[in-house]
Design a protein around this ligand. Sequence first.
Ligand code: DAH
Length: 344
Amino acid sequence: MLLADFIAALDQLAAEGPARIAAATSLDEWTAVRNALVGRQSGTLSGIMEGLGKLPKEDRREAGQRANTVKQALESALEERRGAIAASSATGGPVLDLSMPGRREWVGTVHPVSLVIDEVIAIFRELGFTIALGPEAETGWYNFGALNFPEDHPAMDLHDTLYLGDDAVLRTHTSPVQVRTLQTYPPPVRVLAPGNVYRRDFFDASHAPMFAQIEGLVVDEGVTFADLKATLTHFARRFFSATTRTRFRPSFFPFTEPSAEMDVECGVCHGSGCAVCKQSGWVEILGSGMVHPAVLEAAGLDSEKYTGWAFGMGPARTAISRYGIPDIRILYDSDVRFLEQFAR
Ligand code: DAH
């Protein structure tokens, strides 16, 4: 092939191109003209460019430059024409650019913490539990005093609790709902109290100043620690799996006596030890205990007649170990790329 032939073909394209571009009056026609002239696969220009390789080496540089000049001229004429078509159809009718990428449909999903709360509620509902709610702004008495916290308990420190005024706090746990429920409803009581609680914590990978808790409370005549253990073990088997192992460890809370924390076998390593369970094979999922007689009395019940048990769990912690979420802050980011993974 000769350089002259190559350039003649380019010149012809350069001469014809502008008229063809000007003839396009809609975005559809414009797209067709663009594809025909400078389309990557089958456009006239790409056809001509295929000849480049067949030219003698010494001619290729000049030919390449000429081709580029023609390409740029066509492209700027195309751009200008597209603007003109868009402007005229803006006054004449709706702009419909079929070359635009399609719009993504977003589908709402339930937040993983809410998934856990819903599931916990569903399991306890089968056992006859109902829902009780209380205020997030509490008095010191409901949040601490009625729950048998001693006057000088460190939790009451300005350091740990967010005070709203002299006697108002943002509740630091859902346990005050125990007292409010017992004041309102006579036993037998079987309730779950889900809700948000607040603490003066830094926001880091494992702490947040606001998080959800689920409180559970059972009060009746003749309720024992065996009821606590059986119910919570049943819950763990329903929530995790029928073969999930559990263990109770003695613990302390002012409002329960005796107190116990329940661990479940780590769902990631099944007990052999991993980063999620800090090599222990166990993950703590809740605090529990027999309701302290002082709490029953504070709520106006006869602690000789009634006994009860209670528990408190953090659904965010549970979601983290169940779904293997590496940083608690992800739960607060509302990043759809994360949340979408929980679509059902
Ligand atoms: N209120 C406790 C906390 O926030 C959790 C808790 C422990 C609640 C034991 C209970 C319980 O009802 O019996 O850490």
